[in-house]
Design a protein around this ligand. Structure first.
Ligand code: FMN
Length: 479
């Protein structure tokens, strides 16, 4: 079971040693971000942890970051499963979505601030690339709603604090959140918008799923939790938000009101360009008593953003391939955690059943997702092990025969194509089919029985103990 509140989750990961509290007061303008950058840049994934900054200068509200996406272990804990059960949990959630339940009273509205009392500096919103970002940024779940259908959407769209009551939100063209706001503003109406800070963990992890327009991520979060997410009506705008969240910011987008947004350190590792984006007039801040502020760490990968986006979207893709497209020969999907689920590298394991089946699946993945590279391997490869994938690429992939290049792909954030000053970018995609297509003969390892006898011998001699990696197991099983 996943946790019902962010607080419960934070206590649970703290008990597991996956969350560190920092008691020394910190300056939100640079210290939390710079410290967490060291963690992602210097520590191997298995040694990373969530950071809880208990005291923030000039604020009564603590800041938490990296707790959901420090590594696969914290992500799995947020999802309420073991690390090897992540994809299956998403398949289950996709197949059993649960609509939210509307409640009247909500913890997230224990304190309500509206009108002239609204000041964004009340919240400890951090600067994430100190010395380079334009200012403090909200990096959390955003709620919008389609004017005509009433269906809500959740996504994370970084949003720049412009002043005490206005935010410029990077609602990018084509994004579901942006499309929702257009359904209001093109009719000359004010679009409602809200940010949800420190919601139940399942809501955070579902929010970054790339789902078709018109599918509300909150139903997926319900599927993860196995129960409806409680939602409450906002105080000043007509939207529903998770009742158990710590903090809600409500706002309005007035037709034609835009301003320059950025620069901001993007998840691809470079500073993003400045562009015109919608302005949000903040109409209310509501929160629990003694709230916790949660902000995602992104910028230079790997980061919390790349971890959660990759792990969520791998599960969503796995489900789509098997259960929506009927590609049941696909046995596993992984998206490399070092570059983000949106435009990184997807690795697909499958049991091809007819000639060029693997190429077809690779092309499908390239077309239906935003990933730039797709590698398809046989099911006897551990797709979470770089060395095993490299071996498959070197031994089973013949570049002239097994590569599909897809040209003329518009990608908004591809530093290999976009100049530092422009958003215009035409990139491309590649599918590498590293499944075995010829009979290459038996593996050059002794047969399994000899290897297992040698394992007993290893132990008898007293050589250093080790855990058998999945890569070795898969190979020995076939030897
Ligand atoms: C920390 C963080 C910041 C993000 N910032 C943006 C952003 O500014 N604009 C954007 O289009 N996507 C951004 N994303 C990715 C989207 O949240 C993600 O692709 C989501 O699925 C979009 O929702 P949608 O498909 O419903 O539009 C961000 C993700 C994270 C984790």
């Amino acid at each position: 079971m996943t946790h019902r509140t962010m607080r419960d989750f934070l206590s649970a990961v703290e008990k597991k040693g996956l969350l560190h509290r920092i008691a020394r007061p910190v300056d939100r303008m640079w210290e939390p971000a710079a410290l967490v950058k060291w963690m992602y840049q210097a520590l191997p994934a298995e040694r990373r942890f969530g950071m809880f900054f208990e005291k923030v200068l000039a604020s009564d509200i603590p800041i938490v970051t990296a707790a959901l996406g420090a590594n696969t272990a914290t992500y799995a804990a947020a999802l309420g499963v073991e690390p090897d059960g992540i994809n299956d949990a998403w398949v289950k959630a996709c197949r059993n979505p649960i609509p939210p339940k509307v409640v009247d009273k909500a913890p997230c509205q224990e304190v309500v601030i509206t009108g002239k009392d609204v000041r964004l500096s009340y919240l400890p919103i951090p600067v994430w690339t100190p010395g380079k970002d334009k200012g403090a940024y909200l990096t959390t779940n955003t709620v919008t709603r389609d004017h005509d259908t009433g269906i809500q959407n959740m996504g994370v769209y970084r949003s720049m604090v412009r002043d005490e009551t206005n935010v410029v939100s990077n609602l990018g063209p084509g994004r579901n959140g942006f499309v929702n706001t257009l359904t209001w503003t093109t009719k000359g109406k004010v679009a409602p918008i809200a940010w949800v800070i420190a919601a139940p963990p399942a809501v955070h992890l579902a929010t970054v799923a790339s789902l078709p327009y018109g599918v509300d991520e909150i139903t997926l979060a319900g599927g993860v939790m196995g129960e409806a997410v409680n939602m409450v009506k906002c105080k000043t705008v007509d939207l529903l938000v998770p009742a158990d969240a710590e903090i809600i910011i409500e706002g309005e987008i007035h037709p034609g009101e835009t301003d320059m947004e950025g620069p901001f350190g993007e998840f691809a590792g470079y500073m993003g360009p400045v562009d015109r984006r919608p302005v949000v007039r903040v109409t209310a801040i509501t929160h629990r008593k003694n709230p916790i502020y949660y902000g995602y760490t992104s910028q230079m990968p790997p980061s919390e953003s790349t971890t959660i986006q990759s792990l969520t979207n791998a599960g969503i893709l796995f489900n789509a391939l098997r259960n929506r497209l009927g590609e049941v020969s696909v046995t596993d999907v992984f998206i490399d955690l070092t570059f983000g689920g949106n435009m990184g590298h997807a690795i697909i394991a499958m049991k091809p059943t007819y000639p060029a089946h693997s190429k077809k699946v690779g092309r499908l993945v390239a077309a239906m997702s935003s990933v730039k590279r797709v590698t398809v391997v046989d099911e006897d490869v551990d797709i979470r092990d770089h060395t095993h994938i490299e071996w498959a690429m070197n031994s089973r992939y013949n570049p002239a025969r097994d590569t599909v290049l897809i040209d003329d792909v518009y990608v908004r954030i591809d530093p290999s194509a976009r100049s530092a000053t422009s958003q215009n970018t035409m990139s491309s995609k590649v599918v590498c089919d590293a499944t075995l297509k010829v009979d290459a003969g038996p593996f050059s390892l002794p047969p399994k029985e000899i290897m297992m006898k040698a394992l007993d011998l290893w132990k008898e001699i007293g050589l250093p103990e080790f855990e058998i990696p999945k890569r070795a197991k898969l190979r020995i099983d076939r030897s």
